[in-house]
Design a protein around this ligand. Structure first.
Ligand code: SAM
Length: 319
């Protein structure tokens, strides 16, 4: 359906948990987070109800994220149930890739179409440092497995932070030469733990693009959140996601469901709607969701505010 600003909303991101098996320095607190009670986390059957209502309103694309979606029990069953919902055409996950190698076969059989793998460094020691303990070999194996299984596209998401991984931009771009992967550089956003790095670490996409002279611009899809480029004769592409320097709110097509069961119509707004109380009636659920989508905020204000207005951190929303 269209929102009040005439945008077609056809995409929902679902955060399955706020827990993660990594502790990326700009995302998760070092000591982890407090464990939530069972009833505080949305159950899979509740997610399915919300997805059915969403599909009724024209949402055809679902992304499962987190926290880390692959640590959630029964994620394959959830994907399978989702794939049976009338109108849902595309199911994707955003994952850190640590558990993906051993799971992707089953997930694909269940109906998974696409994967985004977060990878902020190609160097074993640095990866361990950024993630506070992750093993990069797990992620490399997962990427290879996804390519071999014919999952298309395989996207690699890298959040660039000055002084941490900006020395690897060229190496990350070079990956696309030999592998059919889509490397996407994401601007660091001033939210949660990211605020500790933002003032000194923010690098704009514009700066990187101007320095990477080999990159050839591709015909950009206006509704895409990423500006796309390519190295000559490469198998993959390079994208830039610029929520700050080139915000894409006027083309935003998504809403988010948090693991607590609230809908966030805008990542950086403090507005949230609790859907749990409407779950007993399909009619009420659809009507509430319709209202929420119609009133989706026209834009975020990150560039003026200097920090997100969201009451939740990225690990609770899922990016
Ligand atoms: N665990 C999964 C993963 O690592 O992809 C999904 C959840 S994670 C919160 C989703 C994405 O948000 C990751 O790509 C992560 O790098 C990104 N992210 C977290 N904090 C961020 C920030 N402050 N600015 C930009 N991206 C951020």
């Amino acid at each position: 359906m269209q929102d009040g600003n005439g945008r077609k909303i056809n995409y929902i991101r679902v955060s399955l948990t706020d827990r993660c098996n990594l502790r990326c320095v700009y995302c998760m607190p070092e000591g982890g987070i407090g464990k939530k009670e069972h009833h505080e986390i949305i159950r899979h059957e509740e997610i399915i109800k919300i997805l059915k209502a969403s599909a009724f309103l024209g949402i055809n694309k679902v992304r499962f994220t987190g926290g880390e979606p692959l640590i959630v029990k029964g994620v394959d069953r959830l994907i399978n149930e989702t794939s049976k919902i009338n109108g849902i055409e595309d199911i994707a996950i955003t994952t850190n890739g640590i558990l993906l190698n051993s799971m992707v076969n089953e997930l694909k059989k269940a109906g998974l179409k696409r994967v985004n793998i977060s990878l902020d460094s190609l160097r074993e020691d640095k990866f361990k440092k950024i993630t506070r303990g992750g093993n990069i070999q797990d992620v490399f194996q997962a990427i290879e497995k996804c390519i071999n299984l014919g999952i298309k596209p395989v996207k690699i998401n890298t959040v660039l932070i000055k002084g941490i991984n900006d020395d690897e931009i060229t190496d990350l771009i070079k990956l696309t030469k030999d592998y059919p992967v889509h490397v996407r550089f994401i601007e660091l956003m001033p939210i949660g733990e990211g605020l500790n790095y933002y003032d000194t670490g923010f690098i704009s996409s514009e700066q990187v693009i101007s320095e990477q002279r080999e990159l050839v611009p591709l015909n950009n899809n206006i509704s895409s959140t990423a500006s796309l480029f390519k190295l000559p004769n490469s198998k993959g592409t390079v994208g830039f996601i610029s929520p700050l320097s080139c915000k894409f709110c006027s083309n935003c097509n998504r809403i988010r469901l948090t693991s607590s069961g609230t809908i966030k119509p805008c990542l950086h707004s403090d507005t949230e709607f609790d859907l749990k109380k409407y779950l007993d009636s399909e009619v009420n659920l659809i009507s509430e969701l319709k209202e929420i989508i119609y009133n989706k905020p026209s834009e975020h204000n990150l560039e003026n505010d200097g920090k997100s207005r969201s009451k939740r951190d990225m690990f609770e929303i899922g990016g």
